[in-house]
Write a protein that binds this ligand. Structure first.
Ligand code: ZN
Length: 197
């Protein structure tokens, strides 16, 4: 039997094949694991309540995987917060695991979003949100110190019906910012320091 820990703090209780062929794994709490406060990360023993949530995990071979997860809300005596426990594989309020997000992150760099949606079964908007988050983490902030010369260019979107503007560092030819539109108003956020792509 494989002894792999996929969902720290939880163990698989039962599995059920659903009508659409996906697999629903019902998890329960691992009694040997102390939950951690969602705000400060300290070990917590006071459980205020438990709620179950269904989340998607990365596919296993050709199977879609759903998890039914009990999530504890804890009363933390270190920081005083009442918050959902911190898990190292699922963010608070999220409907997909880190493992599935990493899979989507890899796909969106080589495939159009519509294809990634088809492959993963996730909604187009969910994938767009994941991609935006990846781009923000990777390129969202830049240090404008030392930038003396800028290059600006525009490119067509949607078969030339709309335009986007790209601002680059002239010496390094590094992209600093991309914004939709090519008007003076459209590029204002760059100069105001709103540097999200
Ligand atoms: Zn705490």
């Amino acid at each position: 039997m494989l002894d792999l820990v996929f969902w720290e703090g939880h163990v698989v209780d039962s599995s059920e094949e659903r009508a659409d062929g996906s697999l629903l794994l019902s998890l329960s709490e691992d009694p040997s694991y102390s939950p951690r406060c969602g705000r400060c990360g300290s070990d917590c023993v006071l459980v205020h309540e438990r709620r179950r949530r269904q989340v998607r995990d990365r596919d296993w071979f050709d199977r879609r995987i759903w998890l039914d997860v009990p999530i504890r809300r804890l009363d933390c005596y270190h920081c005083g917060a009442r918050a959902a426990e911190r898990l190292n594989w699922l963010d608070a309020g999220e409907r997909i695991t880190h493992r599935l997000r990493a899979w989507v992150d890899a796909f969106v760099q080589i495939l159009p979003i519509a294809h990634v949606a088809e492959l993963t079964g996730l909604h187009w908007h969910a994938i767009k949100r994941i991609d935006r988050r990846r781009l923000q983490a990777q390129y969202g902030h830049f240090d404008a110190r030392g930038v003396r010369r800028l290059v600006m260019d525009e490119f067509a979107l949607h078969k030339g019906h709309r335009y986007a503007t790209v601002v680059m560092h002239a010496e390094r030819m590094q992209v600093l910012w991309v914004g939709e539109g090519n008007s003076r108003e459209a590029i204002r956020p760059f100069f105001l320091g709103s540097v999200y792509i």
